[in-house]
Design a protein around this ligand. Structure first.
Ligand code: HEC
Length: 96
């Protein structure tokens, strides 16, 4: 029983670390080419200055917004809702 608990703790720790990293990895592979590696802006606007909060960014990525420029008039392709939440949290860390 003790060993089982220790294993559970270890798994929880490792997946917690993976969670924190995922947002950054997703950002680099799916967003950085348009928003810059530090969110400083390129083709897309700077995310360091965005006024959207984590929830609004998650919605923006999972639903898109009519009338916005590509790719954001639609949901970002290949991003699950959970991943959108992670990358939105990461965007929050880029804010200046
Ligand atoms: C093909 C280029 C491109 C990619 C890839 C891209 N974006 Fe964008 N993004 C844009 C453009 C262009 C806009 C401006 C849209 C508009 O206002 O019409 C924008 C706007 C945004 C905004 C709104 C900023 C604000 O303050 O209004 C957020 C947040 C955002 N992008 C996050 C992301 C995230 C996170 C990813 C990765 C999952 C991503 N974008 C991928 C081009 C891109």
């Amino acid at each position: 029983m003790k060993r089982y608990l220790m294993m559970l703790t270890a798994v929880a720790l490792v997946s917690g670390m993976a969670w924190a990293q995922d947002g950054a990895v997703l950002y680099k592979s799916k967003c950085a080419m348009c928003h810059g590696p530090a969110g400083e802006g390129k083709v897309g606007p700077s995310l360091q200055k965005t006024t959207l909060d984590q929830k609004q960014i998650t919605d923006y990525l999972t639903k898109g917004e009519a009338g916005k420029k590509a790719p954001h008039s639609k949901a970002v392709a290949g991003l699950t809702a959970a991943q959108a939440g992670e990358v939105a949290t990461y965007v929050g860390t880029l804010k200046k």
